[in-house]
Every structure is written in C-alpha cells, then in structure tokens.
Write a protein that binds this ligand. Structure first.
Ligand SMILES: O=C(O)CCC(=O)C(=O)O
Length: 277
C-alpha cells in the first residue's frame, strides 16, 4: 500500500486544535472538495448495494425510515480507501492528536433514511473499541445537507470524564459491565439546557472531528432528505491494542493472537496513513 505525502500542517489552525483539546469536538468546514464528496458518496452507495458481513440495521422494523451501518470497508471499496489515505482528513487527525504517526483504526458508514425515528443515543465510542490511549479522534462527514435537528451533537468536555456506562443502543441495556460498576451517562435529554451541547448544521464537504471518549448523539431524520455519513477513526501515537472481555464494535476476531495487549496497533488491518520523522 503506497503512503501518500502528507498535506501541509496548515490544514487546520491552532484555534481549532485548542478547541478540540478543550471541548472534545471541532467542526472543519469544507474539508472535502466536491470531487471528494462525490467519491465518498459513490463509496457509500457501493457499500449499501453490496454490504459487508459487518453490515447491521440499527433501527426497528416499525421505524418509518431506517438506520443502517457498515464497518471496515476500506480494503474492498476503492473510493473509501482513497479518502482514508489521500484526503486531508488524516492530516487533521495528526494535528488534533499531536501525533507523529496516524493509523487508520476503521471506517464506518452510517445512513439514516428519510423519516428515520431511531435516535443515536448519547454514548462514548471508546468503551466499544479494543484500543486504549488518549491520542485519537474520529471524523464524521455527511454527503447530504444535514440540518441542526439531525446533526451529530457533542457534550463539551466529556472526553475528560473517563468511561461512562456503555449500553446497547436499541434496548439501553448495560451488557458490558454490571449495573453500578461505572458512572452512568448524564441524562442530557431530560434537561438539555443544563448541558453545553455542541453541534452544527452541515453541508457536504464539512466534517466534524471528535475524541473517542466524547459523548455524542443524534436525533432521527424527520425530513425528506437522506443523511448519509462516512466516518474514519484515527489512532495517534499513544494508542495500543486492548483486547476486551466483551464483543467490541467492530470486532476483530483473532487479533489477540497476533497483537499482544498493550502493543501498538502495528498490523495490516490498521495501516499508517501519516508519519513524520
Ligand atoms: O451517525 C450517527 O447518528 C451516529 C454517529 C456515531 O455515533 C459515530 O460516528 O460514532
């Protein structure tokens, strides 16, 4: 796999790097060119037409729309590989995580069709992942216009509050840890005004970056537009393999036999996207 040359460090300004460090999320307007947006859109449509074995429906049968997800498609969908390796997203990740090296952890396609009622409940991502460390970020980029009512929202500063109880999205069950063993998430929806919630209406080309411990959420899609998004998950310098007792999302079967716990994610599944001397 050829590694593309990194884009200039000016891909993101210092104020945005500070904003990410302090709040755990940042918006980057116009990160992707119209051609790149078209490439992502083609990649998403290829995934929908030919889903991987990891594909899942994250909404109920009775939902008037649908929420579907797929993971780890960069190796088989050229368009998604191209965006992961050659777009400026990995440069932004290097700057935000202050990392010498950035690896791709995985890619994630998330599509909510018009009239989807299924919310994405407030959650952190890292408890569902098999990695430990703090130098990380995820990117989420829609290829459709996303109004404020359907956008991804973030709870400011939550990436610095440690792990909160992960629960299953559709049934809200504590499947991973016994009830009471971790602090529960704040009930943000019960009193939104009491929380510092960040979120932006977005246009194709825009991307949000957020820490894997930042609490985030989105409502359904009440309107007539689709909300197709592509996400890339990036690992910076201190990220290491953390085999879990529970099923992770995504799950990397057999990885523990090849990569001991605590070691860097030095494996072909997690290619280096950027590296500086
Ligand atoms: O697209 C969504 O609604 C959820 C996205 C999300 O939770 C994520 O990218 O980690």
């Amino acid at each position: 796999m050829t590694m593309t040359a990194p884009h200039p460090a000016s891909v993101i300004d210092d104020a945005s790097v500070t904003e990410f460090a302090e709040t755990g999320s940042v918006l980057v307007r116009g990160l992707f060119s119209p051609d790149e947006v078209a490439t992502i859109e083609q990649g998403i449509e290829k995934v929908l037409a030919d889903p991987s074995p990891r594909f899942k429906v994250a909404s109920s049968d009775t939902d008037p729309g649908s929420f579907v997800e797929d993971f780890c498609n960069w190796q088989r969908i050229e368009e998604l590989r191209q965006i992961a390796f050659s777009s400026r997203a990995a440069d932004v990740a290097a700057a935000l995580t202050a990392s010498r090296q950035v690896r791709l952890y995985h890619d994630h396609v998330l599509v909510k069709e018009p009239r989807t009622r299924q919310e994405t409940p407030w959650h952190q991502d890292q408890p569902y992942y098999n990695v430990d460390g703090f130098a990380n970020c995820s990117m989420w980029a829609p290829v459709d216009s996303v109004p404020a009512e359907s956008t991804l929202e973030f709870l400011s500063g939550s990436h610095r509050q440690g792990w909160l109880m992960p629960r299953s999205f559709m049934t809200n069950e504590a499947k991973w840890f016994p009830e009471g063993s971790l602090n529960d998430l704040p009930d943000v929806e019960a009193d939104r005004g009491a929380h510092d919630i960040r979120g932006w209406a977005m246009e194709p080309g825009d991307a949000v970056f957020f820490h894997m411990l930042t609490l985030h959420h989105s409502y359904g899609v009440p309107g007539t537009s689709r909300r197709r998004a592509f996400s890339l998950r990036f690992l910076g310098d201190d990220m290491v393999h953390a085999p879990r007792r529970w099923v992770t999302s995504p799950q990397f079967d057999g990885l523990e036999d090849e990569l001991p716990g605590g070691s860097p994610m030095d494996h072909p599944l997690f290619p280096v996207l950027r590296e500086t001397a």
